[in-house]
Structures are given as C-alpha cells and as structure tokens.
Design a protein around this ligand. Structure first.
Ligand SMILES: [Zn+2]
Length: 467
C-alpha cells in the first residue's frame, strides 16, 4: 500500500516517502489573477485536489498550499483607470474561488497572496545576495537578479545546460550580467502606480514571479517539504527558477515534483492568441458540476485532455449510471442491516490503481465494473451483495469527489423544474390510485414513461429516475 508518483525531476515513478511520518506538505502554483479562469486552470486545481483526497484516504495529514499571484506585470497591464490592479486581482480571485467550488475542489489548507508575503521574499533575496547568487543591477534601476552562472545546478529540474537556454523572459533587460539571469526584485518604473511598490534595501519595487513561490512555500511548509505541483507549462522557467533560488539559499525544497498535463481544444493548444480559450463560466454552464468534475478527472493527470463538442456527454452518462445504482441500492437496503465488511472501503484493485501514480482511468474501470455487478445483484434481489457493493461504490465516489451526496440535489434550474414537475405528476398518480381511479393512474405512468422517466414503486412510495 505504498503510494507511488511520477517525479518529473527524477523522470521516474518513485515510492512516496514523506519527510515526516504520516504527514504530507504539498505546494501548488496557483493562478496569476489577471483574467478569468479557463478550463486549464480548473483541470490543474482538480488534479491536486484528487492527489490531496487520495493521500488523505491513505491516512496522511495533508497540508496543501496553493498561492495567488496578485501582483505581476500582467495584473498591472490589465488594470484600468476605474479598476486598479488590486481591485482587478481580487475580483478575478473571487472568480477562481467560485469556479473551484463549483467543481467540488476543496479549499487549500492555506491560500497565501503574494502581496502578503513580501517580507519573506525580501529575506530570501537578501540571503541570495549574501551567498553570492544574486546582485543588484548596476544601472541603478533597483532590479535584483539571480546570477545563473553562480549556481552550477541551474537547469537541474529540466536537465538543460546553460548553453541550451534562451534569455529569461524579463523585458526589458536592464543591467544584467547574463541575459539568462532572471529578476528577483523589479525596481519601480515611472509609469507604475505607487500602490504596486514596496520599500526594500535595493529601492522601491515589487517581487519577481518566481521568488514568490520560493518564499511562500518556505513560510507555510518550511525549507523542506514533500511535493511541489503545477502545470506542465510551468516547468521552465518558473519551476527551474524556484528550485535554483531555494537550493542556492540552502533550502532542501521539494522532495518530489509533480506536473499535470494541459487541456487542448479540438487538438489545438489553448491560447489567447488563437482565441480558442474556453472560460470557466461557459464551461461550467455546459453540464452539471459533478459531470464536469468527472470529465476532467477521468483522464490520467499527466496526459493532455483534448476537449471538443460532446466531450461531456459520456461523463454525464457515467454519472447517471452511478447515481441510478446508488439510489436503487439505497432504496433496496433501507431498513435492512448492512451486510459484509466492504462498507466505506474502496476495493483493493481501485486502491492499487490510485496508488500507482493516481491511476484514475484504471480506478474508474473498477468503479464501473462494481456498478454493473451491483445492478446484477439488484436484479437478483441479493440484498447482502447489494449492500456490500453500495458501500464500495460510495467509498470510491466519495474519494473522487463524485458521490451524489457531495453535490446539491438540484444542480441547475432545469433539474429543479423537472423534479418539481415529475413529483407533481407522481402525487396526482398516487391520489388517483388512492381513489381507485386506476385508468388515470396508468395514464400518468404512461405519460412519464413516454417522456423517458422510469417509475419504481416501493413500499414507501414511487421513485423516479431518467431512463
Ligand atoms: Zn510557483
């Protein structure tokens, strides 16, 4: 029962051994809150939500830190006269929070904002200067750069030598010793608002992006922690630079590096310039949250998801099958004693799949096999078997965050309206039967059947589901 995970730094699947027995410290790079969340952001957050839930299921006390980058070139660029950068950042942060919540993604243990951790960043920069790995720009701009040539291990994460690397993306290049040096501190420019700068030993300015994560992980998880996560697109330069800064400052930093795959749209990389981004608001409106969560979780976390029209239909059908089985099983076993010992425990094959680098696709195959077996048991009226499988299916769906009880009963206005209508018709049918008007009762049942609603009569009344 050892959890194994693909460590991108080692480029191998490794047994997970925590630094402190029974505990996991996990840092995940959160969004830069410059514009509305898109489907790729949701997938990334969901991946670490699944890791967190699985590690917790395996008995670990998980501390998950996911930051908010609320100060950045892009945040400043998107601010307007009527909406200053900090108001924009907060508005977008709330959009992210709402989108995460709509997908059942649990809030992280801590969610630090970069602007609330500036002293820790300055401390780290100071240590790097002390150790000879950073320097103040010689042109008086107030910039401070990491000196990549001073750190022999630069490139260790992505296995690149310095000669293969292009210039850092900082623009413009001001007073650098080497074009590949990257900014730890950015001196205030004349056209930037005073509210976006902080006093420092090197002059007023603001932190570079990479230093934020090194400082926030240190503050909330310590100088050594277990897992660092983020999207595959962040490996270079962002994660490479985080690793260089933290190691050069003497921190052990992350024991394991985990990277999630991206989301493509009809085979194409999603990008602003292609105009093919699917934003969370549009995406979340296209199906129930539980089905969208299932859809995004169902691919292996390291693979690319290729989204296209109709992608969600299969997920909807899968969720329907699970819900229908659980509802039938609950009705059949209500009032009976639970039999078997499987209640609340996932089947062994499911656990083995999840332990093996979070093998959700294989785990879902086990889940659907159990649902099928459960339906067979229901048809055979084998109540003990139904109860046992009900327990297993509940445990599997709970750990994946797709158990119906974890979701609001009526997830959309459509569901509410349909539910009210069907309940009303079932009430009329019950009244007709009570009055021995069987012709009317049968007619109502036929109408519902014709509309694709299946009715199941039980001792405690009629129950319905969508066929
Ligand atoms: Zn980061």
């Amino acid at each position: 029962m050892t959890v194994r995970l693909y460590d991108s730094r080692a480029q191998a699947v490794r047994d997970f051994v925590p630094l402190r027995s029974g505990e996991v410290g996990m840092y995940v790079c959160g969004p830069t809150v410059q514009s509305s969340p898109h489907i790729g952001h949701l997938r990334s957050a969901l991946v670490y939500d699944l890791w967190r839930r699985w590690l917790a299921y395996r008995g670990y006390a998980v501390t998950l830190v996911r930051n908010v980058t609320d100060i950045d070139d892009k945040v400043l660029a998107n601010a307007t006269e009527s909406e200053p950068w900090w108001a924009l950042a907060y508005r977008v942060e709330l959009e992210f929070t709402a989108a995460y919540s709509a997908l059942g993604i649990l809030p992280p243990t801590y969610e630090p904002r970069a602007t609330a951790s500036i002293p820790g960043m300055q401390q780290l920069i100071d240590e790097l200067i002390e150790r000879g790995h950073a320097y103040s720009a010689e042109d008086g701009t107030g910039d401070v750069y990491f000196d990549v040539r001073s750190w022999g291990d630069y490139g260790a994460l992505t296995r690149q030598s310095l000669d293969d690397m292009s210039e850092s993306g900082d623009a413009p290049t001001r007073g650098k010793r080497d074009p590949r040096d990257f900014a730890l501190w950015k001196g205030r420019k004349d056209d930037e608002p005073a509210s976006a700068s902080w006093a420092s030993p090197w002059g007023d300015g603001r932190p570079g992006w990479h230093i934020e994560c090194s400082a926030m992980s240190r503050r909330y998880l310590g100088t050594a922690f277990d897992i660092h996560g983020g999207g595959l697109d962040l490996r270079f330069p962002h994660h490479e630079n985080e690793l260089a800064q933290s190691s050069a400052a003497g921190d052990a930093f992350a024991s394991y590096w985990v990277h999630n795959g991206l989301v493509a749209i009809e085979g194409q990389k999603m990008s602003k310039s292609l105009g093919n981004s699917i934003y969370a608001a549009e995406f979340l409106g296209s199906a129930r949250g539980i089905a969208i969560r299932y859809y995004l979780a169902s691919a292996h976390y390291r693979s690319t998801i290729d989204y296209h029209d109709g992608s969600l239909a299969e997920a909807e059908a899968a969720i329907d099958r699970i819900e229908t089985f659980l509802a039938r099983a609950e009705r059949r076993t209500a009032g009976t004693r639970w039999a078997g010992s499987g209640t609340g425990v996932v089947p062994e094959e499911f656990g083995a799949a999840m332990d093996d680098d979070l093998g959700v696709p294989q785990a879902l195959a086990v889940l659907h096999e159990r649902v099928r077996a459960g339906n067979v048991a229901l048809d055979a009226d084998d109540v003990d078997q139904v109860a046992r499988i009900h327990g297993e299916v509940s445990a599997m769906t709970e750990v994946l965050g797709v158990h119906p009880s974890q979701w609001p009963v009526a997830a959309s206005g459509g569901d509410t309206a349909l539910g009210a209508l069907v309940e009303r018709m079932l009430g009329d049918r019950a009244a007709a039967r009570q009055a021995k008007d069987y012709a009317t009762a049968d007619r109502i049942r036929e109408e519902l059947t014709a509309a694709g609603i299946t009715i199941e009569d039980t001792p405690d009344g009629a129950h319905w589901s969508i066929a």
